[in-house]
Design a protein. Sequence first.
Length: 305
Amino acid sequence: MEQLMRNAFLFLSKNKALTKLAKRYGLRFGAGRFVAGETIGLATEAIKDLNKKGLVVTIDYLGEFVDNEREANQMADESIEAIRAIGREGLNSQLSLKMTSMGLDISENLVMNNMRRILNAAKENGVFVTIDMEDYTRCEKTIEIFKLLREEYDNVGTVIQAYLYRTEKDIDDLNRYKPNLRLVKGAYKEPETVAFPNKADVDENFKKIIKTHMLNGNYTAVASHDEAIIEYTKNLAKEYNIPRTQFEFQMLYGIRPERQLELAKEGYTMRVYVPYGNDWYGYFMRRLAERPANVAFVLKGIFKK
Ligand code: FDA
């Protein structure tokens, strides 16, 4: 049953007509728990609040699967505006973005131009930028673009997904760039030909890449709400004397907020991924797919109104 619901939400996350409707009708149906608001002003308030509590942030202007140049340029402009707000307001925040929102499905030139504009602004404001990883069909291209950008900039990182078979090789291959990577389990629906179908195998591979990347001496962001993974990372750091300045934990806005505070109080860097903007529909559906128990929460939100 859970698998069925998961597949249904992942299917819905890609539905263009529903995305349009969602954009039009704003942040309803409980999505507000996972999304900081539709404007940079509201996101700024959310970040200030998190910073005050000892949490650091990575901000994401929601948007994906852009299919025209004008929209891709607008998305880049929004990211630059977010970077400037971080600088102006003195926020402790990085930036995350998706290559499809920068025009990946249109042309590599467009993506590179937009990314250079963003990374230059980010450099001026002391902001680090992480390239999120999307579905498997975009993985190879995203890694290639990351490598090109990494040759030019030191304030850029990307994400590696533990559910893919190719991932161990990517971790080894990327080591020569000494990259700052966010490691995750992976959020998209992928076929068995490219990704481990069993959760236990994904978890094992997740631990394996955390260990390799940390022991290679690279900065590692362990992005997970899974207590077993968090414990594993803490123990690994103790066992190999890896300083807390070489790794951090990351969680999504609105998910396990009490655990986020605890980890920060324990002295770990705890970064919260704060999405904002009106294109929240695909993001929201993937969160429901990860944990169908969230549906109960959302239903409560609808009926309370
Ligand atoms: P998993 O989903 O296996 O859950 C393990 C346990 O964690 C659960 O049993 C429960 O105890 C707890 N838990 C999980 N979700 C919960 C919830 N909603 N509420 C309460 N408890 C919950 N993916 C991707 O493909 N590309 C990307 O770029 C990113 N970026 C990214 C950034 C950040 C900061 C995070 C945290 C995650 C991502 N992801 C991602 C998503 C990631 O791939 C993955 O889908 C989710 O993090 C869910 O996997 P977990 O590791 O959290 O554990």
